[in-house]
Design a protein around this ligand. Structure first.
Ligand code: HAM
Length: 445
């Protein structure tokens, strides 16, 4: 009875929001605990990413969470929001400036260069899954520590690589059962982009009196980001602005057309978004984002994004290495999966359950559990519970086909009771034959 009451209290504590007390430290703003009841969704995301990686020939690669801060200034860009305002940056004990990684593409390229991976047959196809850090204003789906999984193809210039990356980003959600569409644009190469940037600047100069203060700053620092402004008053100017696509040089145009043809051929729905510029400076040519269908104008709610970054290797002191990739936000994937009422599979389903009554029986049950484990039979227990009823309830919940019950009498007889959890029928057998009997029964099922 007492036990039941305790169980109820524990459940209530988990479901209700934790009470803040002065004594108990809390998670930092924008950081989140991932509780056991949510882990099923995380496994679902990880397993799907891994399945796709295996199917398309990507190998896993892990890089450290801490890097030299300069890595991101040289890749993501000194004047991006990510590096300028959001990066967790600090001096190490020896005075070196370090940063918690805000993204992983720069680290993947650093590792590629550090390990001379250009000597291997190209392209190098890798994927990753792990935490990133950005000091953003937290809201639903936007955190300061969040996780991404990403896919990168290093050392391939052809549009087929862009198409494969976009296909993977799309397939993840399609195979999860979530409808998404791709927004796509081309940012050209430094040559054609420079011409476009100057024209865009001239246009904004002509409209300077009508734009917000942030845009005025962007004109000086990062003109392409003018197209990213969400301010109501700037929208008419933005909508009427010149489009990058009209300035692409012949090579960049042919590349972009070819990527779109691949997407058409394989039936991936996409929309051209002339204002898509992305918040990272390393992109050249193709850029894209993935949105849940109906959520395309959702501002901050991109489920994932990526593109081509042909000049990143050189920016980090390496040889030319045309590359492209994408990353999906895991928290956003989990939110979307839950919204779509997709059920995460039980992390563990038991075949049999071992129940016990009394201290001696518990010891006997403890050894029995190990016998089943060694025989690779999926076995569960609730050794901390005393009541048989509550143990059988746990067995039911875990989906066990049979429960093995050891009580005082069974300890003395050297026996064990097998209970069929469907019919409720029970039989007593020799303790030493428990594993072989269960193996036979499971084979018959
Ligand atoms: P990103 O667009 O900055 O790209 O991030 C990719 C995804 O990470 C976003 O679409 C979103 O789902 C998730 N994300 C970003 N910030 C947050 C946040 N504060 N809270 C929760 N989720 C967030 C990149 O990071 C590039 N490295 C992608 C890439 C790979 N480009 C080429 N290869």
């Amino acid at each position: 009875m007492k036990e039941k009451k305790e169980e109820k209290i524990i459940k209530k504590e988990i479901i209700e929001a934790p009470k803040k007390t002065k004594e108990t430290p809390q998670t930092l703003r924008g950081m989140k605990d991932i509780l056991p009841m949510d882990q099923g969704y995380w496994w679902l995301v990880f397993d799907k990413a891994r399945e796709l990686a295996n199917a398309y020939g990507f190998e896993k690669m892990d890089t450290p969470v801490l890097e030299e801060a300069a890595l991101f200034a040289r890749s993501v860009g000194k004047e991006t929001d990510i590096v300028e305002k959001e990066m967790y940056i600090f001096d190490d004990y020896d005075g070196q400036k370090l940063a918690l990684r805000p993204e992983a593409t720069a680290s993947i390229m650093r590792a590629y260069l550090n390990h001379g991976m250009w000597n291997l047959p190209q392209p190098i196809k890798v994927w990753y899954f792990g935490p990133m850090f950005r000091h953003e204003r937290p809201q639903s789906g936007r955190y300061r520590q969040f996780n991404q999984f990403g896919f990168e193809i290093l050392g391939e210039a052809g549009p087929v690589a862009d198409a494969m990356i976009i296909l993977l980003a799309y397939k993840f959600y399609e195979e999860m059962g979530v409808n998404t569409a791709i927004q796509i644009n081309s940012l050209g190469c430094p040559v054609c982009r420079e011409i476009y940037k100057n024209e865009l600047l001239q246009y904004y100069k002509n409209n300077r009196s009508k734009i917000c203060e942030t845009c005025k700053k962007r004109m000086l620092k990062n003109p392409l980001r003018l197209l990213d402004c969400k301010e109501e008053s700037c929208q008419p100017i933005k909508e009427a602005a010149l489009q990058m696509i009209d300035f692409l040089c012949d090579e960049c145009r042919a590349h972009f057309m070819s990527v779109l043809e691949y997407l058409d051929e394989i039936g991936i729905p996409y929309f051209l978004n002339h204002n898509l510029v992305r918040g990272l400076d390393y992109y050249t040519r193709t850029v894209f984002e993935v949105y849940s269908t109906g959520d395309e104008n959702g501002g901050q709610t991109a489920l994932g994004g990526g593109g081509r970054y042909d000049l990143l290797a050189e920016a980090l002191g390496g040889r030319p290495t045309p590359s492209c990739g994408f990353a999906h936000g895991v928290e956003r994937a989990v939110i979307k999966i839950k919204e779509s009422s997709i059920v995460a599979p039980e992390a563990f389903k038991a075949e049999i359950f071992i129940a016990q009554l009394g201290e001696q029986a518990r010891r006997r049950a403890f050894t029995l559990f190990e016998k089943f484990r060694s025989a690779r039979i999926k076995v569960a227990e609730a050794f901390c519970r005393n009541s048989l009823r509550s143990q059988l309830e746990a067995a039911d919940k875990l989906g066990a086909r049979y429960s093995l019950i050891v009580g005082q009498k069974e300890v003395q007889d050297g026996s064990v009771i097998i209970r069929d959890m469907e019919s409720g029928a029970q039989e007593t057998i020799d303790f030493n034959k428990a594993v072989s009997e269960i193996q036979k029964k499971l084979l018959l099922n």
